[in-house]
Structure formats: C-alpha cells, structure tokens
Design a protein around this ligand. Structure first.
Ligand code: PLP
Length: 460
C-alpha cells in the first residue's frame, strides 16, 4: 500500500502494526553487530527510494549516511533491480571455479578503470575479506608476515582486518593477529607531528612512517594498508605528497602497498578510485560497498600484474563459495552502466565543490562548535569542538553514554527533521547517495545547519 506525499514522492502508507511485528521479531531473534543487545532499539524500515527511506510510522528520512556509506546509487535503483531480477531468472548462482559472463564482464570493467598494469580481480563477499585476501597475497609474494596500518582506521571484522583496524573496535578483539604494527597517519587539523602546514604534515608523517618501518624491521614487512581517505575515523584527507611518499617507501623497502578503497572507491569522491585524485598507484586495491551499492554483498581485490604473475604457476590458497556471485556481479555491471550513462563521477565532483563545500565553509564561520570541515565529492566531515582555540573535541575520543550526549543531541535533531545523519565520536559526516537530488541535498544541509545549534550550546 502506497500513497503520494506532498513533495510528489510515492511512499508506503504508515502501518504501525506491521512495524510492531518487525520490531518484535528483531528484538526477539536478531543478534546485532557491535552492540549490547539489550540496550539497542533498531528502527524498523519499511521501504526506500533514491536518497530516502521510510519507517512504518510514516516518517521519511533523507539518508545522509548512504546506510554504511555503501548505498552509492540509492535505494531501489531501477537498473540495478532489473539487472538482479534478470540474472536471478537466468542463473542465480554458480560456483567460482566455473566461468560466468557477468563475473567476467564486471572484472573487465573494473580492470579498465583501474591503473594500467592491474588487470585481474579476485572477488570476495565484502570489504573485510577483500583486505584479508589482499594481505594473504602480499604475504605470499614477499615471503614476509608483518603488515602495517594506521591508527584511526577501519579495515573490517575478520581476523586480520580487525587486527589492522586502528580504532576501538579492535580492542575487545585483542590479542589479535600479532603480526601487525601501527603508525600515525597525517591529520592536518590535529597533527600528531606538531606541524603547521599540510606540506609539513606530509613530510613529518613520512619521516615517522620511515622510522616505524626501520624499527619494525623492513625485511619483515609484507604490506602497508591505507584507506586512501580515512573514512569512518574522520574523512582524513592525505596532504599533498603523502601517498606518493608512501609509494616511494614501499618501493624502497620491497613492501606491497594496499589501497583500502572499500568506502571511498566507486564514485564517493568523484573518481572510480580515490587514489586517482592523488596521483599514486598502489599494488593491490580492495573494494566493496559502492561497487554495486550493496544490493547483493560483493567486494574484491584488484591485483597488479606483477603480483598476479606470482600465482600463474603457484596456486592461490584462498577461495569463497560466493566469490563473484552472479547476482552481485550483475548489479555491479549495471552500476558501471549507470555511472557512465548518467555521468555520476562528474555529478559528484560538481555537487561536492559547488553545493557542499561552500555551504560547509559558511556553516563553519557561523557555528562556534565547528572546528574543521574537510572532504571532497560527496564525502565530508564536520569536526565539532568545545573550543576553537584549544581544539578540544566536543566529546571525548570513543565517548559513549552521557559523555556522547552533545553529538547525540545533534543526531536526534537531524532525525526529527527527517535526515538520517552519520555521526562518529566528535564528528558529523555528510555522505548521501551519489544520486541525491540537488534540492534534497540542500534541504539536508539546512537540517544539519540547524541541528548544530545543539553543539553550539556546549561551546565554552
Ligand atoms: N575497509 C573500510 C575502509 C571500510 O569502511 C569497511 C566497512 O565499513 C571495511 C573495510 C569492511 O567492509 P565490510 O563491512 O564489507 O566487511
């Protein structure tokens, strides 16, 4: 049952009884991620279209977090839905050791947009297992075991991926795989290196990385894994020259450079892969999320020819029943067609520079709680502080409960006004679907702007 709302959008009729049944089944039987089960109250969602979704009580939300920053082409995209339906009717599944048309088609398209000399794709079910398998490849090719990654990072929830993760989600999973080591990446607004410019930050972060490599034992290090733009942990933009410097260090010490593009790949920042905006070429690229907007789980590793050649005669010791699942790959092929037909990359760059950036820079001048805004394309962070001079965060690192209340109040105000925000620690991120209409984008930014008054209340 649907009706048309005042803006002309079709949405389901409110059905609180159905919503109550969904909630009861969920609370009774679904065990949720990352949560104390008794204290959560997951929102029952009835349907979605484009950049919006609806609950059963008739509330609509503009999705400013693209679910978990995966829903790049929005809910219910007709091309993706049709591609999955067609594929389901023809061949819903086929084991990975057989050749399949949509799997090969998608791999060819991914290789075509990847840098020259990266021609093979290993498909996984998502981002964590993409990183897991990329690390395995690096270890086998180098004969080394240790892998380095940044503090303030997330790489997934499998054994190696959580060990690589540089945020509090790793802590309860320790002792994790011990053959990992962390380093500080650049963070221009809160420089761990006391630098005073992006150039200095890049130089000092590289000197720190070089020292860490030497002290950890360069000959023991198989790979360095880096989110090209750190995602959940802050939309941390690499300053000019940093990634090129990482590339040089990897070359100098024989280390494999793995670019984790799970969140930022496939258009989020207006490029197929975010590293393409920073003029650097990694050895392995991991991807997931935006490759098919998560309509069917899919991830993978794009492999340089040099690493792929290692496995020409030696078997790769890894596989997954659903590697290159036809339904997921069909949605991936449709994603490429939509991106190319609708000029998605150019659209993202345009909306980012013309609509989001000026608005966030303006909002930063008006709200005393806004310490920094940063990002590109449709991927931005608003960093909130108690004091602009000292840059003391609005809430402490990893805050929960009452400590987190000031940011929770901003999120609640957004939801009341029909925007589903992405908040993390002392930040609000702006990451709507890449297909969001300009009017909706502006409306969502208006809502965030108003909601920030709740953060301003806590400024000293
Ligand atoms: N890497 C990054 C940068 C991510 O943001 C995520 C998920 O948020 C992952 C890896 C893990 O992906 P998945 O949840 O599909 O395993």
């Amino acid at each position: 049952m649907v009706h048309t709302d005042p803006t002309g959008k079709t949405r389901p009729l409110p059905d609180p009884e159905a919503g109550a049944r969904v909630r009861a089944d969920d609370r009774g039987h679904v065990f949720h991620s990352w949560s104390a089960q008794a204290v959560i109250d997951p929102l029952p969602v009835a349907a979605g279209e484009g950049a919006s979704f609806w609950d059963y009580d008739g509330h609509a939300y503009l999705d400013f977090s693209s679910q978990l920053v995966n829903l790049n082409l929005g809910h219910g995209h007709p091309d993706l839905v049709a591609a999955i339906q067609r594929q389901a009717g023809r061949l819903a599944t086929i084991q990975p050791s057989m050749a399949n048309d949509v799997r090969g088609d998608l791999a060819r398209r991914i290789a075509a947009v990847a840098p020259d000399g990266m021609d093979k794709v290993f498909f996984t079910n998502g981002g964590a297992d993409a990183n897991e398998n990329a690390v395995r490849m690096a270890r086998l090719v180098t004969g080394r075991r240790k892998v380095m990654s940044m503090y303030r990072s997330y790489h997934g929830n499998t054994a190696t991926a959580i060990a690589l993760t540089g945020d509090p989600r790793r802590w309860p999973n320790e002792p994790a795989d011990g053959s990992t080591a962390k380093f500080f990446g650049p963070y221009v607004y809160r420089s761990p290196f006391h630098s005073s410019s992006p150039d200095e930050e890049a130089q000092r972060a590289l000197a720190h990385l070089e020292q860490t490599i030497i002290l950890e034992g360069a000959s023991t290090i198989a790979a360095i894994v880096i989110e090209t733009i750190v995602g959940t942990n802050g939309v941390l933009m690499p300053p000019p020259g940093y990634l090129a410097g990482v590339r040089d260090l990897c070359d100098r010490f024989g280390i494999v450079y793995i670019a984790d593009e799970v969140m930022v790949g496939f258009g989020r920042v207006g490029e197929w892969f975010a590293f393409q905006a920073f003029d650097v070429v990694p050895d392995l690229i991991t991807f997931a999320k935006g490759v098919n907007s998560g309509y069917v789980p899919l991830g993978g590793v794009v492999i340089s020819d040099r690493i792929a050649a290692h496995f020409d005669t030696l078997p790769f010791p890894g596989g997954l029943t659903y590697s290159g699942h036809p339904l997921a790959c069909a949605a991936g092929v449709a994603t490429f067609e939509v991106f190319e037909r609708d000029g998605i990359l150019a659209r993202v760059r345009d909306l980012g520079s013309r609509v989001i950036e000026p608005r966030l820079r303006d909002l930063a001048t008006r709200h005393p709680s806004v310490g920094d805004v940063r990002g590109m394309g449709l991927f931005w962070a608003i960093e909130l502080v108690k004091d602009r001079e000292t840059r003391e965060p609005l809430v402490p690192f990893n805050a929960s409960g009452t400590d987190a209340a000031p940011v929770a109040a901003v999120a609640a105000a957004c939801k009341r006004d029909g925007v589903w925000p992405f908040t993390h620690f002392n930040r609000v991120h702006v990451a709507p679907p890449l297909v969001i209409g300009e009017e909706d984008l502006v409306r969502g930014l208006d809502v965030i702007d108003r909601a920030l008054s709740h953060a301003d209340d806590h400024v000293r």
